[in-house]
Design a binder for this molecule. Structure first.
Ligand code: MV4
Length: 683
């Protein structure tokens, strides 16, 4: 077995490979780009070597540099992860020439599977079912149209060198064929430099079902059952699960054997995935083979109790497969959700930013070596594979994946419940994520009833992308309480019971009633007449009241530790976490994440008035300091008057360069809300 391997990747897969290597007592070498110098995968490896600037082609795609680092550090093998160089035949062969073991298939297998039509011709000879169609060399338009007529419409035109859905055309009628063929060929030649096209019967509501295969160098090859990856968006997988809902034992064996035949046909070694497209009746057809470990491999690990990276390392070291086919039973059900820094409400645009706060559900974190089921125990209910930590920035240079959330249950129902709960507990502040979208997807009718096909997301857009809805009174109450607590903590400083601002003796206990209106905004509030939610906070000696939408209700804070709050508003108790990021209040309650922007009256105190020459008190209070006098010129931001309100000091600053014409109050004066404090003339 190797004593040291180089991991030629980054992010969660690099961390994941490092976790298994560590568990096996194998030392690891990380490579990183300048943008990744402080990243998690560098921290979790034993050694780390910089290999170039942020751009992948100047770093993670630099095969010769990576080989040089492997040799220099004494690594015996290179694990490519997925993406980057993982399916690059030239790199695999360059490793071998350098005396290094490439942990993956031989370059020849990659090449065999690289071209769609070549792969299909190979599969035909290997008794692997293909979609009825034509994928030969004759590209005469009239000949191809006759093939389409024979197959029966609708047919699908596919660029042979294409992939990921690019270069595909659906043709409904014979008379449309030649035009569609021309268009498909033009796109193929411009996108792939090869205009060869194949024609297939078009499956209208297909499922994407893939089989994990594994072959060693001693002639053994097994399948580790199927994954259903039908839930995709623009050919990017969103949710993956194992086993596939509705799979029968016979069908599973047939697909598994077909996948093993496909692997053997190309002399495969290592972890591979044979992708099939299937009709709703279960009939299945070869689509393509991925000659690498896939992102979604954890769901297979969870139901079979295997560590596929351990298998990769053992097989690459010349050892036999750790299990025989008969030892690969399915236990339970696993689902994976890919958590991304992207904004579903903005067309899934990547959301670049910093993970100011990342609370994850209680999980058996893979780094602890707790590979689900590998020890024969019940798999971990929740597993998180992530390449980032709280405080990390999501790099704009690479795939904006934050984590893979994988859950296991004794059956699909339990796995679904656990995934929904885990998504509710996955709380991220600092950038937009797809978590709320994933939760709607998982809890939606289609996915929860396993009514799966590759068009699921597109067909359920209305429920998956609902119009923005009003913040609940509970969310507003939690935000109001969090704001008040923060102000009390700030004003109480380190005083004895700052921890309990609601119980402070000298806290808000102003004599008589105290009323304040907190203003919060969000997308929905912007459509309201006042453009914001107005939350009235009233303090009586008997206690607190919140007024929302004209309804006054007593409020008690029953518990708070850190960010989590438990409050009772009227008859309703609510619990949640509130994370503040500047003036943004991220309220996580009732499984939802609502972002409320606090309209801080102090933030722009006097701006409007300054234009008109008056700076007024933003709330009732007492003048505790006057820093200027009439006739003095001041600079923008210069402190003019300090007020004390709610036991807090508030500085009224010059909103622009200008002249203080007159100071209207002296130290010690009480001032009412809105009272003009000084006459100011902007320059
Ligand atoms: C198909 C198909 C329907 N009929 N082939 C999409 C990219 C590549 N993986 C093959 N793809 C498809 N091939 C026939 N004959 C529908 C798709 C397809 C798809 C397949 C799997 C997963 C997601 C998909 C999304 C759109 C279309």
């Amino acid at each position: 077995m190797f004593t040291k391997i180089l991991i030629a990747n980054r992010g969660e897969i690099a961390c994941r490979v490092a976790a298994t290597a560590r568990r096996m007592g194998i030392r690891t070498v990380a490579v990183y780009s300048e943008a990744d110098a402080g990243s998690k995968h560098v921290a979790v490896c034993d050694e780390a070597v910089a290999i170039g600037p942020a751009a992948a082609k100047e770093s993670y795609l630099r095969g010769e540099k990576i080989i040089e680092v492997a040799l220099a550090t004494g690594a015996q093998a290179i694990h490519p992860g997925y993406g980057f160089l993982s399916e690059n035949a030239e790199f695999a062969e360059a490793c071998a020439r350098a005396g290094l073991v490439f942990i993956g298939p031989p370059g020849s297998s990659m090449r065999a599977m690289g071209s769609k039509s070549a792969a299909k011709q190979l599969m035909e000879g290997a008794n692997v079912p293909l979609v009825p169609g034509y994928h030969g060399e004759n590209q005469d338009p009239e000949f191809l149209r006759q093939q389409a007529d024979r197959i029966g419409y609708p047919v699908l035109l596919k660029a042979s060198a294409g992939g990921g859905g690019k270069g595909m055309r659906v043709v409904e009628r014979s008379e449309d064929f030649v035009a569609a063929l021309g268009s498909c060929k033009r796109e193929a030649i411009s996108s792939f430099g090869d205009d060869k096209v194949l024609v297939e019967k078009y499956l209208t509501r297909p499922r994407h079902i893939e089989i994990q295969v594994f072959a060693d160098t001693l002639g053994n090859c097994v399948y580790l059952h199927e994954r259903d990856c039908s839930v995709q968006r623009r050919h990017q997988k969103v949710l993956e699960e194992a086993p596939a809902p509705g799979m029968t034992l016979d069908r599973r064996a047939a697909m598994g054997e077909a996948a093993v035949n496909a692997a053997r046909a190309v002399g495969y070694v290592g972890a591979g995935t044979v992708e099939f497209i299937a009709n709703q009746d279960g009939s299945f057809y070869f689509m393509e083979m991925n000659t690498r470990l896939q992102v979604e491999h954890p769901v297979t690990e969870m139901i079979t109790g295997t560590d596929l990276v351990e298998w990769q390392l053992r097989v690459a070291a010349g050892q036999p497969l750790p299990k025989k086919q008969s030892e690969l039973a399915i236990h339970g059900h696993a689902i994976e959700a890919r958590i991304y820094a992207e904004n579903p409400e903005k067309g899934f645009l990547p959301s670049i930013g910093t993970l100011r706060h990342m609370d994850t559900p209680a999980a058996v974190n893979f780094e602890l070596g707790g590979v689900a089921g590998a020890t024969g125990t019940e798999p971990a209910a929740v597993r998180i594979d992530s390449g980032v930590r709280e405080g990390d920035a999501i790099s704009p240079f690479y795939d904006p994946m934050i984590a893979k959330l994988i859950v296991w249950g004794v059956d699909r129902t339990q796995a679904l419940a656990r995934l929904s709960q885990a998504l509710a507990e996955f709380q991220i502040v600092g950038l937009a994520t797809n978590i709320a979208f994933l939760k709607r997807l998982v809890e939606g009718e289609a996915f929860s009833t396993a009514d799966l096909d590759t068009g699921l997301i597109e067909r359920n857009g209305a429920t998956l992308f609902p119009p923005s809805k009003a913040a609940s009174p509970g969310a507003l109450a939690l935000a109001a309480v969090a704001l008040i607590e923060a102000e009390k903590r700030q004003s109480a400083g380190a005083s004895a019971n700052a921890a309990d601002p609601w119980g402070q003796a000298q806290g808000w206990r102003l004599n008589g009633d105290y009323r304040r209106v907190l203003s919060f905004g969000d997308e929905y509030a912007a459509t309201l007449p006042g453009g914001a939610y107005q939350v009235g906070v009233v303090y009586h000696p008997q206690g607190w009241e919140l007024e929302i939408d004209g309804l006054k209700q007593p409020l008690t804070v029953s518990g708070h530790d850190g960010a989590t709050l438990s409050v009772r508003l009227g008859e309703q108790s609510m619990h949640g976490a509130v994370r503040r990021d500047g003036d943004l209040f991220h309220v996580f309650t009732n499984g939802e994440h609502h972002t409320l922007a606090y309209n801080d009256p102090m933030a722009h105190a006097g701006e409007a008035e300054a234009a008109g020459g008056r700076l007024t008190a933003p709330m009732p209070g007492k003048v505790v300091a006057v820093m200027v006098e009439g006739g003095q010129t001041v600079k923008k931001g210069e402190a003019l008057v300090i007020m004390e309100a709610m036991k807090m000091e508030h500085t009224i600053a010059a909103p622009s360069d200008g002249l203080v014409e007159e100071v209207l109050y002296a130290v010690g004066d009480q001032v009412a809300d809105g009272a003009p404090l000084l006459a100011f003339k902007a320059a």
